[in-house]
Design a protein around this ligand. Sequence first.
Ligand SMILES: [Zn+2]
Length: 166
Amino acid sequence: MEQHEQDQFWMCKALLLAERADSADEVPVGAVVVLNGEVIGEGWNQPISGHDPTAHAEIIALRDAAARIGNYRLVGADLYVTIEPCTMCAGAIVHSRIRRLVYGASEQKAGVVESNCQLFERPWINHRIEVISGVLAETCSIKISAFFQRRRAEKKAAKISLKDEG
Ligand SMILES: [Zn+2]
């Protein structure tokens, strides 16, 4: 398989994990860590259900991978995530020494890889990361927007039913 086909393949896995967040009513973001053609870490967004502000898909996947290989440095590993990482996750990616970051859709509000700043390009960042963006971007972004559309519709429906009761 060529690199871009591999990237799409692993992004599909990350999208499947995003489904788990979706079914738990969490913003649907999924992530996998891949080393030597094998998944060594999996994560999906779960801050609300986990009562954990740090429980983003990337953090969960990095923790899973580090525990599995028994090393806090994931040298040579690649992280696939459906959405552009936020500040916290970008920091964790640097600390874990991820080799390549591959993400799907960009995130205009919180993304710090390309959207709001290019964090990895800053001189004080002491680890260079190869970044590939836009892999299955449309699928990743549709998943997020469908989630928020559904949530808005649910809120509206809840308001209407409150009115009916009143
Ligand atoms: Zn994050």
